[in-house]
Design a binder for this molecule. Sequence first.
Ligand code: PLP
Length: 366
Amino acid sequence: MPPDPGFELKPTSTPMPAADRVARMADLGFGRVFTEHMVTIRYRAPDGWGRGLLSPYAPILLDPAASVLHYGQAIFEGFKAYRQPDGGIATFRPAANGQRFNNSAARLAMPALPIERFVEAADLLIRQERDWVPPNVGESLYLRPLMIATEAALGVRPAKEYLFLLFGSPSGSYFTHGVKPLTVWLSKEYSRAAPGGTGEAKCAGNYAASLIAQQQALDAGCQQVVWLDSVHKRFVEEMGGMNLFFVYKDGATSRIVTPKLTGTLLPGITRDSLLTIAEDLGYTSGEGMISIEDWARDVENGTLSEVFACGTAAVITPVGEVRFNGGGWLVNDGQTGPVAQHLRDALLAVQHGTTPDAHHFMHRVL
Ligand SMILES: *Cc1c(COP(=O)(O)O)cnc(C)c1O
């Protein structure tokens, strides 16, 4: 192992006046406001990763032949830093994001970044941008790490040069209408992922391929698209960029079930965390194969009480109605259910440090 080349710090010499920052943080939404710095690390074969740099947030220069622009080697992550009750700041499971980043990199024949450097890059940015972490529950500093192939070469092969980049965006709630249940569109025409494809990787191309179906969902009066497996077009996989949970009555309690990771689903860290947290709260949890026929029948016979989506950006969002070409049904009469609300509150309490962190999910930064 070469010695850790560390990070060089070159912060802006003209920091934003506090009043300007406060004004920009007045109406956050999601992904519209960016902080003043970013972290970059360059990779070059055969030397490996170089020294990192914290510098002012700015556009990046790319050669027109940079292979990301042609062959799409591009991956990303998303996780959040939360204000804690004592005024400090902590991130939620950043090493899990670092591990998934490397899994995505491997699938796209890109180099792995040591997880400690991934976490260190985020800690460095957060310490620099501490005033950009908003104070209220449900608000956070969203962190967006990404890696692109920068080598100028048109031959089709894995690039020899890459750029890791990390920046932050203070965020309020992801969906502008709050936790109101969503109406979702079952996409039978398009697939997000196929066996042997890139469905498990958080790569930019998966999103590019999904946008047309998301547009169809909007055209049909829905807010989000629900993906089915591409082979049988029956088994529910995900909703947009979020994983799904189905809530079934289970004696005096409820059982939450999420579609099994078959290789075509993105293994969400929120999904994984909820499987654990739900058990702490007295629910049972597990994975399963859920078809659209099961979904319709179990709503009809009353055994399926709620459906919700989960992900870093929007935490937990209930699904209130399902539509597809030729039909549809309501879930829980279109209302937010008690289990979705309970799990959402419990997860936010861990993230904001107002309940004990039994599973050591939080990483203290400041
Ligand atoms: C990122 C993502 C998720 C959610 O993952 P989290 O780690 O919970 O944020 C789910 N599905 C897709 C397609 C994603 O890209």
